[in-house]
Every structure is written in structure tokens, then in C-alpha cells.
Design a protein around this ligand. Structure first.
Ligand code: ADP
Ligand code: MG
Length: 379
């Protein structure tokens, strides 16, 4: 059990039992990719896979963190962004973010264990931040309402670690609920919990990790983001979220750059697809979201250009063997695909994707079915 791993790692490192265990999940984004930093809509749900932080007290101003994935514990005091580097920066960043917001962060010893695959687009970084953030808030009795927490964790990642990601990942890890997908407006941070009970309809989401090496992720992510921000400026709007579907043709006609036009088309159509998906889920018409998922993939492949051959192949293959829809999930350039399938088809789809990968000489994929789990919590 992953909880035993975290508690065991805590005892091994510090020679005492932890004061408690806190869990925060990885996430998949059902639909709405790269829309978060365009102040648009996203629809993630929490994975059953979680990161566990076993945490106990330490003297004021002292923090130590170890991870089952790392050899050495890292200790630090109050730091400024950039002082702690490497994996522990995600933890030092959370401490800094809370302190910078004026909170008295309690000193702590922390041991981390995780079931979320690292660097696969399932947001192990947000799971790490959110587990530690939740633990420090509880341990210190800090007054931080749930809706304010994602932005604090995001600042840790944006400012301290230096990764310019949107609010999606931390919102999902902190605010998702079991059996629900989280409809999030990334401008107002308003959320709506959308019923997402696949099992009742004989359906499942299969997550297929392409295991493709991540390449140029940070640079490409930054380039996409800049392209969107430049386009918003040229179009005279605060963010691309302000262009609606019926204004799209007019907006595109006002842009000279062909690449920028495609980037804008992805964001505007993707926001519409999120809204359409929410409507269908509300109506209980879950199968019918399939074509929206697939259209989202095509848009990421052709317009936003963030897919790689392995993820395209997983999508194509899943559709060929009967998935209702399939798309890459996460920032892109590798990572995972999700496919909406009849729940008794998981083995068949997995085998087909494995065979297709073997045929093109790719590292084998890893696939498993998931349900919507709970957000960050004390155990
Ligand atoms: P993703 O969030 O998609 O998994 P990122 O590159 O954003 O990928 O974050 C992965 C990084 O987060 C790892 O390289 C590591 O630095 C850190 N990390 C996440 N989980 C853990 C963990 N359990 N132990 C140590 N470091 C972790
Ligand atoms: Mg991440």
C-alpha cells in the first residue's frame, strides 16, 4: 500500500511516526487542453493514483523532505524562489508560496510516496504540491479556503520551480470530487461538479501511457502560450477565452499569420467542446461525448501541433477497435491518451495498442482503466 510506503519512509528517515498522512491525486483532463492559461474552460477528474505525504512537526523555520523516488532527504529554511532546486523545489515552493501569502507555515518533516507516474502528463507535480500544501495547512491550522489553494500551489510551480503552467493541474488535484468531473472556469475559478459515473453506463476510461520520451516540452509549451497571448493582443481581447465560436471566422480573418490562426482555432473550438461535453454529461448522454474527445485530439494534432506519433497511434488504434472517442490528455509532446470504451473492452483495446506500438518499434505502452477519485485530503 502506498500509504504504508509513505509512513514507512517517514519512520525510516526520522525515527518516529508521522503526525498524519495526506493524499492528493494525479489527474486526467477529460477535455479542454491548453485552455487554462487562455482563461477558458477545462474538465479534469482526479485519478485513483495518489501522492501521499507523511508529515510530522519540526522546529519553526525548518523543513526536511524525502521521497521514495530519491536517495537523499533535502533540508531547507525559509527560502526565496530558485534557492532549492531539483525535485524538492516543488516542496520548498509550497512553503515559500504560503509564507509569501502571509501565513505562518509550521516547520515539518515530510516523506513522500507516489503512485502517479512522473512526467507522463498525469500531473505528479501538482499531486506533490497539493499533498504538501494540504498537510501544512492542516498541521498549522492555517485559514486557507479550498478555492484559494490551487493558486498557491500554482505559484510554487510557476514562480519557485519556474514552470509556466496554468491553473488546471492544481485545481484538479485539490478540488475534484469522487464520481465527478470538475468543470472549471479558469477566469473566475468558479467550479461545477459534473456527475461522471461511467460504471453505471457500462463505460470506462482507459488511460494509455505512451511512454514516449518527453522532448522540448518546456520550450514548446512556452511557445504555444506566447502565440496565444500575442493573438489575444492583436485581437484586442484580454484572453482567447473572449473569442466565442461564432466570432471565430471573423477573428481568424484579422490575423495574418497562418500558424497563429491555427493556434487560435484550437483554443476557441476547444472551449466550445468543453461546454458541449458538460451539456452531454448533465443529460446523462456519456457515450455521445466520444466524438468531442476525438475532435479535440484532431485539433491538438493539426492545429495546436502538440502530439507525437505514439499518441496519435494510440488514438487511431483505440478508435479502430471500437472506442467511442479518444484523445491525448495533458500538455503534450508525449504523455497519455484517454479512450472512452465499453468497460469490457479494456483488454482488447490495450492489446491492439500494444501490437500497433510493436509494429512501429516503439517502447510498449502502459494502460489501465480509471474512475474519478477524490481530491486532496487528510487520510
Ligand atoms: P508531471 O506533472 O506531468 O508528472 P512534471 O515534469 O510537471 O510532470 O513533474 C514531474 C516532476 O515532479 C519530477 O521530475 C519530480 O521533480 C517531481 N515529483 C513529482 N512527484 C514526485 C515524487 N513522488 N518524488 C519526488 N519528486 C517528485
Ligand atoms: Mg506537472
Amino acid at each position: 500500500m502506498i500509504t504504508d510506503d509513505a509512513a514507512g519512509a517517514f519512520f525510516k528517515a526520522y525515527g518516529v511516526e508521522p503526525a498524519g498522512l495526506w493524499a492528493a491525486p494525479g489527474r486526467v483532463n477529460l477535455i479542454g487542453e491548453h485552455t487554462d492559461y487562455n482563461e477558458g474552460f477545462v474538465l479534469p477528474f482526479a485519478l485513483p493514483q495518489r501522492t501521499i505525504a507523511a508529515v510530522g512537526p519540526a522546529p519553526a523555520g525548518e523543513w526536511t523532505v524525502c521521497s521514495t523516488f530519491e536517495d537523499e532527504p533535502v533540508s531547507f529554511g525559509l527560502t526565496e524562489p530558485g534557492e532549492v532546486t531539483g525535485w524538492a523545489a516543488y516542496v520548498a515552493g509550497v512553503v515559500w508560496s504560503l509564507a509569501d501569502a502571509g501565513h505562518q507555515v509550521p516547520g515539518a518533516r515530510i516523506a513522500i510516496a507516489s503512485e502517479v507516474p512522473l512526467g507522463s502528463g498525469l500531473s505528479s507535480s501538482a499531486a506533490l504540491e497539493s499533498s504538501v500544501l494540504t498537510a501544512l495547512i492542516d498541521l498549522g491550522g492555517l485559514d486557507v479556503p479550498l478555492e484559494k489553494r490551487p493558486a498557491l500551489a500554482q505559484r510554487a510551480e510557476n514562480v519557485y520551480v519556474g514552470a509556466p503552467t496554468g491553473i488546471l493541474d492544481q485545481s484538479a488535484s485539490i478540488r475534484c470530487q469522487e464520481g465527478r468531473a470538475l468543470f472549471l472556469d479558469c477566469r473566475s475559478y468558479e467550479v461545477e461538479q459534473i456527475p461522471f459515473d461511467l460504471a453505471a453506463q457500462g463505460l470506462a476510461i482507459l488511460v494509455i501511457n505512451s511512454n514516449a520520451p518527453h522532448q522540448h516540452v518546456d520550450g514548446e509549451y512556452g511557445a504555444r502560450r506566447k502565440s496565444c497571448e500575442d493573438a489575444a493582443r492583436l485581437l484586442g481581447v484580454r484572453a482567447l477565452r473572449d473569442i466565442t465560436g461564432d466570432q471565430l471566422d471573423d477573428a481568424l480573418a484579422r490575423l495574418d499569420d497562418e500558424v497563429m490562426r491555427r493556434r487560435v482555432r484550437h483554443i476557441v473550438t476547444e472551449d466550445d467542446r468543453v461546454l458541449a461535453t458538460v451539456k452531454l454529461l448533465h443529460a446523462g448522454r456519456v457515450r455521445e461525448i466520444g466524438p468531442l474527445l476525438t475532435a479535440s485530439h484532431v485539433s491538438m494534432r493539426d492545429d495546436f501541433e502538440i502530439t507525437v506519433r505514439q499518441v496519435d497511434l494510440a488514438v487511431e488504434t483505440a478508435l479502430q477497435v471500437g472506442a467511442y472517442g479518444a484523445r491525448m490528455t495533458g500538455g503534450g509532446f508525449g504523455g497519455c491518451v484517454l479512450a472512452l470504451i465499453d468497460s469490457d473492452k479494456a483488454a482488447e483495446v490495450t492489446a491492439a495498442v500494444e501490437e500497433a506500438y510493436a509494429g512501429e518499434g516503439f517502447t510498449p505502452p502502459t494502460a489501465w482503466t480509471v474512475t474519478a477519485g477524490p481530491g486532496a485530503t487528510r487520510l
